[in-house]
Design a protein around this ligand. Structure first.
Ligand code: HEC
Length: 197
């Protein structure tokens, strides 16, 4: 029988395949748990829902060389401070509205969706709402009647999706909460509304 070279043997490659598959499996399990802890509300990158009680700004972080959301002073949405549970219920209602009305058919949320209309990840912070004092009402009016306005000079109009005032307010809570998510600087070079006054 001819002497086999160790690295050319079938058993060596079979063992290799088994070990590499098993090793990758363990790495994937670890990464899954690591990701879940980062993407769960109240986790490392996604603040709890009651963040909608606070001012959110988007600022350049020198050490990370990217823009990051910063949670600031108390500034409740629609002037009404909510508990974590109430905030969760409202944000969830807003999220369900975005799903029911299929906003992703035109927009992207966290980069997912269609490229017909602007990304909504930071739309709460968009300059086109004018000033922070009128923003909440502007957003409600826009979501309920978007067909009448050319909002941010894109040249495309959003159709009326028969969104009720209650749905609009919940959607805005969802958008405000989403703007607080640390998305590693996505979308890049976003210029935020002035909120310093
Ligand atoms: C048929 C396509 C379409 C659908 C569906 C749609 N939109 Fe829009 N949306 C647009 C377009 C186009 C614009 C830009 C309008 C403009 O600039 O005048 C826009 C603009 C917006 C803006 C302003 C963005 C900014 O940063 O200034 C918000 C907020 C918004 N949409 C929310 C929503 C939500 C929430 C839904 C789902 C309930 C939705 N849209 C569904 C087309 C759509």
């Amino acid at each position: 029988m001819s002497k086999e070279i160790w690295w050319a043997s079938e058993s060596f490659w079979r063992k290799n395949a088994i070990w590499i598959t098993a090793g990758s499996f363990l790495v994937l399990i670890f990464l899954t748990f690591d990701t879940v802890s980062q993407i769960t509300a109240g986790g490392k990158r996604v603040p709890g829902y009651s963040v909608i009680n606070h001012r959110i700004t988007y600022e350049f972080d020198e050490s990370r060389n990217m823009q990051v959301p910063v949670i600031g002073v108390e500034e409740p949405l629609f002037g009404q401070k909510l508990t974590e549970e109430e905030a969760q219920a409202l944000v969830t209602r807003g999220k369900l509205t975005t799903q029911a009305k299929n906003c992703m058919n035109c927009h992207t949320l966290l980069g997912n969706g269609a490229y017909y209309a602007p990304d909504l990840t930071k739309s709460w912070l968009d300059q086109s709402w004018g000033s922070k004092d009128i923003r909440e009402q502007e957003m409600v009016d826009f979501l309920m009647n978007p067909q009448d306005r050319l909002h941010n000079g894109l040249g495309r109009r959003m159709p009326n999706l028969n969104i009720t005032e209650e749905e609009a307010r919940a959607t805005i809570a969802f958008l405000k909460w989403m703007s607080s998510i640390d998305t590693n600087g996505f979308p890049a070079n976003f210029v935020s509304i002035d909120q310093e006054n």
